[in-house]
Design a protein. Structure first.
Length: 226
């Protein structure tokens, strides 16, 4: 099974590799690779709790993937998941998981969940096994060799393709980049490895995506009676 998984990932990499922030192809290969299973990981900062499923078959013992039930039932989250599903042509059950995961990562790191989702959108178009020729991997295009300590704490290099691990590590990298960059826009540029780009094209692209989400949520908000 491990050999089959490695073959599927290697085939996907050879045929769909793009630059760090390039577009990524979706398809059956992603589903097959995910269904082959990912190794369970435990976030050292997680509180004990029941296992939760991501993408239907990936399970994480001792980590809460989704926000509490009362929050996941919030129409705002469901609306956001529907929007992302339609915009990026991803199954809605997957986008619901990702919206929950982004809020979980945001709560743990103090980062805006919409910003995390916007980075995922720009980096991978929500493809959990996206990989670039620069070695960036997963939903938030984490480059393992630069963040070995963070990955080691959550299962090692192989865990980079685990959705929850990738989002958590990516959120922590993003937070550190904003701190080192001295602000959100330079921090986004630093995250993308484009700190010297005075036009800040990457940061503007992420912020435009975040703005679209905010506007969509605002439009969907029930109007108060006159």
């Amino acid at each position: 099974m491990d050999n089959l998984k490695q073959f599927a990932l290697r085939t996907y990499t050879l045929t769909t590799a793009f630059l760090h922030n390039g577009l990524t192809v979706f398809g059956a290969v992603a589903a097959i690779a995910l269904l082959m299973g990912a190794r369970p990981v435990v976030d050292p900062g997680a509180q004990p709790g029941p296992a939760s499923a991501a993408f239907g078959t990936i399970r994480h013992e001792g980590i809460t993937l989704l926000v509490p039930t009362a929050d996941t039932e919030n129409p705002k989250y469901r609306t956001l998941a529907v929007y992302l599903s339609r915009r990026y042509k991803v199954a809605q059950d997957a986008t619901e998981q990702l919206v929950g995961a982004a809020h979980e990562a945001g709560n743990r790191t103090g980062m805006d969940p919409l910003l995390i989702l916007a980075v995922m959108a720009v980096e991978s178009r929500f493809n959990p096994i996206a990989e670039s020729v620069m070695g960036a991997k997963g939903l938030m295009q984490v480059i393992p060799k630069y963040h070995q300590d963070k990955l080691d704490a959550l299962g090692g290099d192989d865990s980079v393709f685990d959705p929850m691990t990738n989002i958590m590590v990516g959120a922590r990298i993003l937070k550190d980049a904003v701190r080192r960059g001295g602000g959100l826009m330079p921090g986004l540029q630093l995250y993308a490895g484009a700190f010297g780009d005075d036009s800040q094209q990457y940061a503007q692209k992420v912020m435009a995506e975040k703005q679209r989400m905010q506007e969509m949520l605002k439009r969907s908000r029930p109007q108060s009676p006159a």
